[in-house]
Design a protein around this ligand. Structure first.
Ligand code: PEP
Ligand code: MG
Length: 592
């Protein structure tokens, strides 16, 4: 009989990125005092490791000081305990000994600290004096504070993992996910997050299987447990039986075969049976992804999320750095369109060197265009780099999170300023490029007729449009089921944008993840979306779906569908009319 520990457990989450992987779990829990992992630090890196420990202690001290400073007068008597913690931070037994262990045993700071705490705590616990015995608790508090700084934020240190594993974390930020090295990390599982979070979008771009929103993954899974991650169904199997392993391996092979079949036709144009040619483009976060995008048959870049160049670094990038980066992408893309979206930082893509971004509601805060208009210098640097790069290819500019016409006017004025300054300096640039507006805030959709006067195209960002219209946090697993692309409100908004754009003579594109679902292609095209852009992995399946469609007579179906009252009814309607073709394709790439 199997012991309790190794019994097969099935955990349900949300499919973040399709694909199946089997491997050993590696926990990177940010509150990971109990799940700290030991790794050997090479001699040359020991000073850096000690430095990392000292920084964590300093940050813990600063955080404590902030708490002390904020404590109101009437609670002053409690401050004493915090002051004791302050002293303990630099206590020889904790501080000096941890450094000794790092240097002496060549181990990571987390492990050294854990070891030292496990030695020091019992010494206090065994003391007969009450006061001293209680200090054991304080040691734990202090060590936890240091540990949080060591393993939290940018220090998850995914880049250092040196074996093929599956990451298991409470949460991974988009910046951390973008550091994942594909040859090391097979997939990941997180307690938090949902399908539309930036973390899962990146996982799809990287083509690594991911299950998110599991809730208790870090409690149920231990380091080195064998786990199966199925990003298509959103399931994680811990301690799989021999039988499950065999069945999974078979399904994985089938999945890879279907994917390869799809890839073989991905370079064919996406032309419907009735002769309508649709551009199927890719979304990228980093220049390295361009090759995968072309391999998957992408007709261009419908969304370049430029903010990733601002994350995972100590300060803002320079104009030349940005220019080179954009030019690299443009050079690979040749004549194909490259839609460069201006900086969409903050929200869930916080930049750690911007210190004023402690916001209670970051998604509603100083994000994207709002930040750029508040910081014209930073915006100018990017705009100049884009206009310079535009001299080398087929570039479009896309403005994120527009909520009204004034933001568009201000942004255009800054684009003109950037062009003027380049002209004065005699640098090559191109100002004569399309400027588009992201349709992702409901107020923009409602005033689309006004915005159209200043825009060359609209691009619907359904990830945020759904978040803001339905009041559903895109990264919150508890409401992930409510993030519904087929909600009648969303379909009405999409229809509204397309109708206005058609009237005003500008095209409507879509770059939100809704565009990646093959089942939705007929209605999006039927409503009038002219170009679909998605994570590159989804391109082949969406192209295949489009090739199988005949859109003659689609208007009648759309009219019928628009009368339906729930997302469920609309989903059933689509399955009934287009399901057969799409189910056949969907297993390899559908991710909605
Ligand atoms: C969107 O909101 O749909 C979008 C494409 O932008 P992002 O996912 O980067 O917010
Ligand atoms: Mg968005």
């Amino acid at each position: 009989m199997e012991d309790q520990e190794s019994q097969e457990i099935i955990l349900k989450g949300i499919g973040g990125s399709p694909g199946i992987c089997i491997g050993k779990a590696y926990l990177v829990d940010k509150e990971g005092v109990d799940v700290v992992k030991q790794y050997i630090v090479r001699k040359a890196f020991l000073p850096a490791e000690v430095g990392r420990f000292k920084t964590a202690v300093r940050k813990a001290g600063e955080a404590l000081q902030r708490v002390i400073d904020k404590t109101p007068e009437e609670l002053r008597q409690h401050v004493q305990i915090l002051e004791t913690h302050m002293l303990l931070l630099k206590d020889k037994m904790l501080y000096d000994r941890t450094i000794e262990v790092i240097e002496g045993e060549h181990v990571n700071a987390e492990w050294a600290l854990k070891k030292v705490v496990s030695q020091v705590k019992p010494m206090f616990e065994n003391m007969s004096n009450d006061y001293l015995r209680q200090r054991a608790e304080d040691i734990t508090h202090v060590a936890d504070r240091i540990m949080e700084n060591l393993v939290g934020g940018e220090h998850v240190n995914i880049a250092r993992i040196d074996k093929r594993v599956i990451l298991v974390a409470r949460d991974l930020s988009p910046a951390e996910t973008s550091q994942i090295q594909l040859e090391r990390i097979k997939g990941f599982v997180t307690n938090r997050g949902g399908h539309a979070s930036h973390t899962s979008i990146i996982a799809r771009t990287l083509e690594i299987p991911a299950v998110m929103g599991v809730g208790n993954a870090t409690l149920k899974i231990n380091n080195d447990d064998i786990i199966i991650v199925d990003g298509g169904t959103g399931t994680v199997v811990v301690h799989p039986t021999e039988q499950t392993l065999l069945a999974t391996e078979e399904r994985r092979e089938q999945y890879e075969i279907r994917k390869a079949q799809m890839a073989r036709t991905s370079h064919l144009p996406a032309k419907t049976q009735n002769g309508q040619l649709i551009s199927v483009m890719g979304n990228i976060e980093l220049p390295e992804e361009v090759v995968a995008l072309l391999d998957h048959g992408g007709d261009g870049i419908g969304l370049y999320r430029t903010e990733f160049q601002y994350l995972s670094r100590p300060d803002f990038p320079s104009e030349n750095g940005l220019f080179e980066n954009y030019k690299d992408v443009i050079d690979v893309m040749g004549n194909r369109p490259v839609t460069i979206r201006t900086l969409d930082i903050n929200g869930d893509k916080a930049v750690n060197y911007i210190h004023e971004n402690q916001e209670a509601n970051p998604a509603l805060g100083l994000r994207a265009i709002r930040y750029c208009l508040r910081k014209p210098d930073i915006f100018q640097t990017q705009l100049r780099a884009i206009l310079r790069a535009a001299a080398h290819g087929n570039v479009r500019i896309l403005l994120p999170m527009i909520s009204g016409i004034e933001e568009v006017e201000k942004a255009i004025a800054l684009i003109d300023d950037a062009a003027e300054s380049l002209e004065k300096q005699g640098l090559a640039y191109n100002r004569d490029i399309p400027i588009g507006i992201m349709m992702e805030v409901p107020s923009a959709v409602v005033t689309a007729d006004i915005l159209a006067e200043k825009a060359d195209f609209f691009s619907i960002g359904t990830n945020d449009l759904i978040q803001y219209t339905l009041a559903v946090d895109r990264g919150n697993r508890h409401v992930a089921h409510l993030h519904q692309p087929l909600h009648p409100a969303i379909l009405r908004l999409i229809k509204g944008v397309c109708d206005v754009a058609r009237e005003k003579g500008i095209p409507t594109y879509m770059c939100g993840e809704m565009a990646a679902a093959p089942l939705f292609a007929p209605i999006l095209l039927g409503l009038g979306v002219e170009e679909l852009s998605m994570n590159p992995q989804a391109i082949p399946v969406v192209k295949s779906a489009i090739r199988s469609l005949n859109l003659a007579g689609i208007d009648t179906l759309i009219a019928e569908m628009m009368r339906l009252t729930t997302a469920r009814a609309i989903q059933d309607f689509l399955t009934q009319h287009f399901g057969e073709a799409v189910t056949r394709l969907g297993a390899a790439g559908s991710d909605q």
